[in-house]
Each structure stands twice: as C-alpha cells, then as structure tokens.
Design a protein around this ligand. Structure first.
Ligand code: FE2
Ligand code: FE2
Length: 217
C-alpha cells in the first residue's frame, strides 16, 4: 500500500543514493550529482515519484505516490541500473549509468504541489507537468549544473541524453540510456504490483495480478 516513509527511512535511502553518487569516477559528473542531491535535499525528502490521478483521466503508469517516493524510486532505479550495468561493464560506461539513474527524475521535484481538490486540475500536479513534464524540467536543471563544469560538449550531452530519453519520448542512441530506461520501467511496474492487493484487478496496470504461491518450499 502507498505509505509515507519515516524520516529515518528517507535518510537511509538518501545516504544510499549518495553512496552510489560517490562511485562516479569522473570528477565533474560526481560533483554535479552530489551538488544536486545536496542543494535539493529538502525537496527530495518531501516529493513523491508518482502522482494522484486527475479526475476523470485514467493514468496507468503512476508509481510511488507517497511522501519520500522520489527517494524510494530513485534508489531502486539506481540499484537496478547498477546491477544491469555490472553485467555489461566491459562495454558500458558506469559513470553515465549512475549519473543518469540518480538524476533521471530530478525534474519531478518541480511538478508536484500538495494535493488539493480545489486546484484547477484536482490533483497534486501543477501545470508545468501538463505543459512540459518532468523530463524537460530535469534536463534544464542538470544542464545548468553541467555548464559550470569543465567537461566536453560530448560528455555533457551524453549525460543529458540519458535523462532526455528515459521515458521513450525521444529515440535512444546509447546502451546506457536503455539500461537506465529499463531500470526505471522495472521499478515503476513492480512497485505498482506490490503496492496493491493481489488476486484482483490492479487499477494502475488494468490487469489481474495473482499472489504468487509456492507451497513446495
Ligand atoms: Fe521519469
Ligand atoms: Fe523514474
């Protein structure tokens, strides 16, 4: 069930994300990750990763709609992406995978307001979500931080490419972008399933979900 995280749970998840950021070997990418996690710590502790449905519009992909949901989702995506990246580590850039996983949804800190049935769209979303979504807002924010670093244009846009394409709104051109995007989908889908009771229709996936039973243990 959707439940808000305790302050201790949030702190633990935040610290684990910081530990992953420390693994980024490129000094500039590591610095940008850590600066953003530090500068927006307050927002990260109070924002969800998903949103409440807008009245009369059915969303099927929303996930981690609870206080601390951003931390929960980002940590899961980073863990998933790190594991997938490790499988292919000779061929892929783990710095870009970690950077992209940690910051892929940073734009979500700008799209949620407190839930308010009196607001114009009867949701916890604000209009920036409807008009440009979190991908664009996240890219913009991360680019401001990358521009302060002495890195090549090529590395800068490769890092931004992972954020820009994680939702399939643009064609992907790098293995690292696929890894982060799949890691993201895995967490969003599994979190939807485990957050709702099984043996009934899951309202978010619009599909019947069974409880797994293994009586042969
Ligand atoms: Fe996203
Ligand atoms: Fe995500």
């Amino acid at each position: 069930m959707f439940r808000n995280l305790t302050e201790e749970e949030k702190e633990n998840k935040y610290n684990e994300i910081i530990n992953y950021a420390q693994k980024v070997k490129n000094k500039s990418l590591r610095k940008v990750c850590l600066e953003i996690l530090t500068d927006f710590k307050k927002e990260l502790f109070t924002h969800a990763a998903g949103h409440d449905a807008i009245e009369n519009i059915k969303y099927t992909k929303t996930h981690q709609c609870f206080d601390g949901g951003w931390l929960d989702h980002t940590l899961n995506v980073t863990r998933n992406a790190y594991l997938i990246g490790t499988t292919y580590e000779q061929e892929v850039d783990m710095d870009l995978i970690l950077f992209g996983a940690i910051l892929h949804d940073i734009g979500k800190i700008k799209i949620f307001d407190p839930w308010n049935e009196d607001n114009d769209i009867k949701s916890n979303l604000n209009y920036s979500y409807l008009l440009v979504d979190h991908v664009y807002l996240g890219e913009q924010l991360v680019e401001i931080y990358l521009n302060k670093e002495n890195i090549s244009e090529k590395l800068k846009y490769q890092a931004l490419h992972i954020i820009a394409t994680h939702m399939d709104t643009m064609k992907k051109h790098m293995a690292e972008a696929y890894i982060v995007s799949y890691a993201d989908s895995i967490d969003a889908t599994i979190e939807n399933i485990i957050s709702y009771p099984r043996n009934q229709i899951n309202p978010l996936l619009n599909s019947y979900m069974y409880e797994s039973v293994n009586e042969d243990k």
